[in-house]
Design a protein around this ligand. Structure first.
Ligand SMILES: [Zn+2]
Length: 271
């Protein structure tokens, strides 16, 4: 599943191909994504121009003059820039046609992705209005996390993965960040000091930025023949490494079930 660093890598890869370009329309081959692709998408896009591409959580917002195109990659989605006459394969559901005979193509085998038209202001849309803190922005601090934890008793890992608190921190990066900050995933947010929150905020940012830096090297291949955006080398400290040695202390990594998900941690480093 594309996580925040992959979505951000996709955004960075798309900017030079899309921003400033005119849009000719859209081809919707299969509108049955997570939510129906609007039937009038092509009409709305015709004559538009891409002003910028932003990211909010795992949503990409392609800013146009009269509104915004919201794209979510769901479980298996991928965006690529292809030649406009490139034949569509089975899972190529939506093309946004650009001037100069190119298209932005959404490929999504599992169809949990989304392509929606958002009128102004995009921030007011139901999908975006309740989103939590952006972890890669300067406002993401220990204090901001502590303020949102006030009056709660939930386990810290669940807290980090709650999109109304923090956006885009999924199971993998929550596990990795907690290991980095030396905080046990089951610890209650009521029992975390400001100093520990500050460490944890930094750890979340470092974990995501590390993943982003891994994706950066694939950017130049963004519009390569198969259009595949960078897939990271999945090299983690604790995630998926049950029974293997902790990179910091050598203790065997343990796994436990937490809210239907596997959590990985070092029983010595994370208390
Ligand atoms: Zn350890």
């Amino acid at each position: 599943m594309p996580e925040l660093p992959e979505v951000e890598t996709t955004r960075l890869g798309l900017v030079p191909h899309l921003v400033g370009r005119k849009v000719r329309g859209a081809v919707v081959r299969n509108a049955a994504l997570r939510w129906p692709v609007p039937a009038d998408l092509s009409r709305r896009l015709r004559g538009e121009e891409v002003r910028g591409i932003r990211r909010r959580g795992k949503y990409l917002l392609i800013d146009l003059r009269r509104g915004h195109l919201l794209v979510h990659l769901g479980m298996s989605g991928r965006l690529s820039v292809v030649a406009g006459d490139s034949p569509a394969k089975k899972h190529d559901h939506v093309d946004v046609q650009l001037e100069g005979n190119q298209s932005l193509r959404l490929t999504d085998p599992r169809r949990f992705g989304a392509v929606l038209w958002l009128p102004e202001p995009a921030e007011g849309h139901a999908l975006l209005a309740g989103l939590g803190l952006e972890p890669l922005e300067p406002a993401f601090t220990g204090k901001a996390l502590r303020d949102r934890a006030k009056g709660r008793r939930v386990a810290v890992k669940q807290f980090l993965m709650n999109g109304r608190i923090v956006v885009g921190v999924g199971n993998i990066y929550a596990s990795e960040a907690l290991w980095r900050a030396k905080v046990h995933p089951l610890r209650s947010v009521a029992r975390i000091s400001l100093a520990a929150w500050t460490k944890l905020a930094a750890a979340v940012q470092e974990t995501l930025e590390h993943a982003l830096s891994k994706g950066g090297s694939t950017l130049r291949d963004f519009a390569a023949v198969d259009g595949r955006a960078g897939r990271y080398q999945k090299r983690f400290s604790v995630y998926g490494r049950e029974g293997k040695p902790c990179p910091r202390c050598g203790t065997k990594i343990r796994a436990l079930r937490q809210g239907q998900r596997s959590t990985f941690f070092c029983p010595k480093c994370q208390r």
